[in-house]
Every structure is written in C-alpha cells, then in structure tokens.
Design a protein around this ligand. Structure first.
Ligand code: URA
Length: 273
C-alpha cells in the first residue's frame, strides 16, 4: 500500500479555512484533550470600568466559570442596572458569561447616533466588524449604507447594533444559548436608545427580538409592537443585507420595506411635531 503523502501547509490552511477556522486564538497550540479543565481562552485583564457600578461589574466577572443558567441570570441583572449606553458597554466589556467573547478580537457594541429615531439590529459581527469593533462595516454593511441612503439615512441619523456583540468563530451561527445570554443586553440597548422605529435585519434578529417563529419571507414588511417594558416601539423586519447580496432579486421587496420605513418616519415626525 502506498502511504499517503503528508498534506502541505497550504492544504492544511485551506482545510482549516473551509472548516471556518480563520484566526489563531493563541501564539502556541493547546491540546485541550490532554487537559479538559483548561478554560477555552484566558480572558484579558479587565480594564477599569466606565460608568457601571462596582457590584454590577463584580457580578458579571463572577460568571467566568459559571453555568449557562448563572450567566443568563447575571446578564439579566447586569443589563437591567446599566443606566446609560456607556455603562452598558462597560458591563459588556467585563462580562465573561458568553464564550464568544473569548474567541472574538473585540466587542462590537454599536455605531451611529445614540439619539437616532431609528435603530437597525443585525445578528452578529463578521470578520471585518470583529477587527474594527463596529457593526456592519464589511460587504453587507456597505449594502446597508446604500439601502439607508435611498431613504435619506446615514450613520449620523441611525443607530446600529447586533443581537450578539461578539463575532462567532468562523462566522458560525450563534447557538440558542449564546443568543439567550446576549439578549438582555440588546434589549437594554434598545430601551436606552429608545428609537421610534426598530428595524430587525434578517431572520435571527427578527425571531429573537420580535418573538416570532415565522421565517423572514413572512415577517418582512410587517409591523410589530416591540415592548421595551416602558414603551411600545414600532418594529419592522426586513432582509439582512448579506442575504440580499446572495439573492439580489429580493432587493425589490427590500425596497418596499424601506419605503414603508420612510413613510413611518414621516408619520412619526408629523405626530411628534
Ligand atoms: N452581519 C450582521 O448581522 N452584523 C454585522 O455587524 C455584520 C454582518
């Protein structure tokens, strides 16, 4: 039998890339099978917190090795205590309850204007977002910018965030548990921004925030009430720009959604004048 030749470095790298492994987490390899108790990644020494209270910070740090249930509980309590967006960001910087943090380069909190009347929410950051620390800066972000521009919006007049603020490794789909743990933070972020209109981009964001199990083909273009706990916000679902890049024929429907959004913004202006 002829022995198989060893793969070249290039073939190995291609194999890893195809499997979604596109970044190194540490300088040297770690054999996790030999030491199952080793944590997945060493959290960096936390920077001094800005704005969040000391008990809240202590609570979120304590979750590093806790169970998912404890992490969820801690996320709920921490998010509820954040009085401002800056405090919420500081809490997330310190929060160790979501494993995605340990593989991401940095937190991707938000972009745009915190005073905006309209807020867009996507699923999770991709590679470019992870490197820059800002949501929607890659290819799909460029399309989102063009979509917003068609109705006279740009990043000075909108606020943009994601349900998950850390990039899942290799852009894999976040697990339901990761989504649940991050949910209290995006809910608090929406409550603090308090926009007149909330736009969910794509299925995961729509299903998570608008509590629907229907697919985007059925939910897009429909208005929902999003309850912050203190106020009902008008919310609408539309296609994720990454989906539109893959299926450009749906841009026609996305354009209808954008027109509905523009009309609702006009109505909200007249109503509040
Ligand atoms: N896709 C998202 O859902 N969010 C981003 O920030 C980038 C791509």
């Amino acid at each position: 039998m002829t022995p198989e030749t060893a793969p070249t470095v290039r073939q190995l790298l291609d194999f890893y890339l195809e499997a979604g492994v596109d970044c190194a987490l540490t300088e040297v390899p770690v054999n996790r099978l030999s030491d199952p108790d080793r944590p997945l990644a060493m959290a960096a020494a936390p920077a001094s917190p800005v704005g969040a209270t000391a008990p809240a910070i202590a609570a979120v740090r304590a979750e590093a090795a806790a169970t998912p249930e404890a992490a969820l509980q801690s996320a709920r309590e921490a998010a509820r205590t954040a009085p401002t967006l800056e405090a919420l960001r500081a809490l997330l910087e310190q929060f160790d309850g979501c494993a995605l943090k340990s593989t991401a380069t940095r937190l991707v909190f938000a972009d745009g204007n915190p005073q905006a009347r309209i807020m867009f929410v996507g699923e999770a950051p991709g590679r470019e977002e992870d490197l820059e620390g800002l949501p929607f800066v890659g290819r799909s972000g460029k399309l989102l910018d063009r979509m917003m521009a068609t109705i006279g919006l740009d990043r000075t007049s909108v606020y943009i965030a994601n349900v998950i603020p850390w990039r899942p490794p290799g852009n894999r789909t976040p697990t339901p548990q990761e989504t649940q743990i991050c949910l209290p933070f995006i809910q608090r972020q929406i409550e603090l921004v308090n926009p007149d209109i909330l736009v969910t981009l794509g299925n995961p964001s729509t299903q998570t925030l608008l509590s629907t199990r229907e697919g985007i083909m059925r939910t897009r273009g429909r208005w929902f009430d999003y309850d912050t706990g203190t106020r009902l916000i008008r919310a609408i679902a539309t296609f994720h720009p990454a989906y539109l890049l893959r299926s450009p024929s749906y841009k026609r429907l996305a354009w209808q959604d954008l027109r509905a959004i523009a009309k609702a913004m006009e109505a909200a202006t007249v109503f509040s004048a």
